[in-house]
Design a protein around this ligand. Structure first.
Ligand code: C5P
Ligand code: C5P
Ligand code: C5P
Length: 465
């Protein structure tokens, strides 16, 4: 079926429900998916109960209540329909709203599903929050006030990264938000921290693209800003978002000239940016990528409900807690990234790996892997292995790679799903970012097997999906 049919069928399923349990993922896309769905369902007068899980696996399935509510799975579920079937869930009691690779239930139960992966390229770069938003919009056009949450979910799941801006249906959603004035779409520099980070630190932190003479050198960045009259002194704290249009233009054209002089492409210097003008200036809620980091900080540190409260509009006690979570998250991610770089990865031939054991929680190692990869060999996927605190028999695997490696045939989701199954584990995710759980003790064999599978993917060349 096509998208319109599937979304219409999903809207009917929701309208006919007498009560809904929302099962969602703990990252920015999962939290925004949940927040959009919860509000859209509640506005219909249907009671709704949220359940956040770090991943749908046999142990977390026990958090899904065995009652007569409609179970709506957001940002997960597509890859775990086997677990739903094993738990005896009937097709009538389930709705999946997802963007992970579909793995049908082995005994043939067809669960109703709206999945961004099923409708071609216009939808392929749309996260779960985008799908949930389209459903909310179908239920009631007034739900357009939730567009900014869908933009945060999409940006949080890196849907804008490769193309330096959202595309397809995700871009349409941003425009939908712009119509109500809640989203401001602009072009600007492709850096992180545009609303909260002093500009020299923002420039110095940039690693994609590398800014010649500025990346890694806050003093040089501050000196440039003084020279351009943007800073008065090196201790200035102005942020990108506060620049006048002519200042922004001057700064980016100077940086572009530097890149060109160095023979580098300026393709990734500019990006489309998504700001939320009604939020407080200098707060991380002012733009989509910083908002997403705040939600990740809540969810990945076991406080998804704090993130949910922020999405619902809390700017008091819960928001202050979220700020605290964000500071903590940043510190630990930075440490993790430094740890990966200083301890060093082992080159297995076709992937590079590191086992962080119990030093960092399993919920964040993937983020650290993604950030460290820009400073490692970008042509080989990275794998981080770690222990799982409350499940002593398991090892968590997180893998990340780049789009240009995908173009050479690599598919991390396929490799991890196949390898994990051979070791009685379970994997899933995306071709570019995937994860798995495997039993403790078989790590060496597992790494060897994934390395072999990735070698095969490189050898086969062109993408096979
Ligand atoms: O569940 P899952 O979709 O949550 O994974 C999200 C993670 O995968 C994020 O940390 C994001 O960095 C990464 N990701 C990515 N590119 C994609 C999709 C996800 O890097 N296209
Ligand atoms: O730079 P700093 O160490 O303060 O930032 C760490 C946090 O910021 C991480 O949570 C990371 O997810 C987020 N971040 C990001 N994208 C970047 C840089 C940082 O999401 N390019
Ligand atoms: O945990 P991490 O951020 O590395 O996850 C990367 C991607 O793999 C996410 O999309 C996550 O939902 C997925 N994943 C999965 N099954 C697992 C672990 C992760 O589908 N067992």
């Amino acid at each position: 079926m096509g998208f319109i049919e599937d979304i219409s069928a999903a809207a009917e399923i929701i309208r006919n429900a007498h009560a809904v349990t929302l099962i969602s993922h703990i990252d920015a896309d999962g939290i925004t998916s949940e927040a959009i769905a919860a509000q859209a369902v509640a506005r219909l007068g249907i009671p709704v109960t949220p359940v956040f899980v770090r991943q749908l696996e046999p142990l977390t399935m026990r958090h899904v209540p065995d009652d007569d509510t409609l179970k709506v799975f957001t940002d997960l579920g597509a890859g775990q329909q086997n677990l739903m079937e094993e738990a005896g869930m009937k097709a009538d009691d389930v709705l999946i709203l997802d963007h992970h690779i579909n793995q049908p239930a082995p005994n043939g139960t067809i669960y109703p599903q709206v999945n961004a992966q099923l409708y071609g390229p216009e939808y392929a770069k749309c996260s779960a929050a985008g799908i949930v938003y389209m459903l909310a919009r179908k239920l009631d056009p007034d739900n357009a006030d939730l567009a900014e949450l869908a933009v945060v979910g999409n940006v949080g799941d890196m849907m804008a990264r490769e193309t330096c801006g959202l595309t397809g249906i995700a871009r349409w959603i941003a425009e939908d938000g712009a119509q109500t004035g809640r989203v401001r779409i602009t072009k600007g520099i492709n850096c992180y921290g545009l609303s909260t980070r002093p500009l020299h630190l923002c420039l110095a932190n940039s690693d994609d693209p590398i800014l010649p003479g500025l990346s890694g050198d806050p003093k040089a960045a501050a000196d440039l800003l003084i020279r351009l009259g943007i800073y008065e002194k090196s201790t200035d704290q102005r942020v990108w978002e506060s620049l006048e249009a002519d200042e922004a233009k001057l700064l980016t054209s100077i940086i572009a000239e530097q890149m060109i002089a160095n023979g580098e492409s300026t393709e990734r210097l500019f990006a489309e940016l998504y700001f939320f003008p009604h939020e407080t200036e200098l707060s991380p809620l002012r733009n989509a990528s910083e908002y997403a980091t705040m939600l990740n900080a809540c969810g990945r540190w076991a406080k998804p409900k704090i993130g949910e409260a922020v999405c619902f509009g809390d700017r008091g006690t819960q928001y202050r807690e979220a700020e605290h979570m964000l500071r903590h998250h940043r510190t630990i991610i930075r440490e993790l990234c430094e740890h990966i770089l200083s301890a060093g990865v082992t080159d297995a031939g076709h992937l590079q790996w590191i086992h962080t054991r119990d030093t960092y929680p399993d919920t964040i190692v993937g983020i650290g892997a993604g950030m460290a990869l820009s400073k490692l060999d970008p042509s080989k996927p990275i794998m981080v292995l770690c222990y799982v605190s409350d499940e002593p028999d398991l090892v968590k695997i997180s893998m990340r790679t780049y789009e240009k490696v995908l173009r050479r045939g690599v598919d991390l989701q396929a490799a991890l799903v196949a390898a994990a199954a051979e070791f009685d584990g379970a994997g899933g995710g995306h071709n570019i970012a995937a994860g798995a759980y495997i039993p403790k003790g078989c790590e060496d064999d597992f790494i060897r097997r994934v390395n072999e599978l990735i070698a095969g993917q490189f050898a086969a060349g062109a993408p096979h999906r």
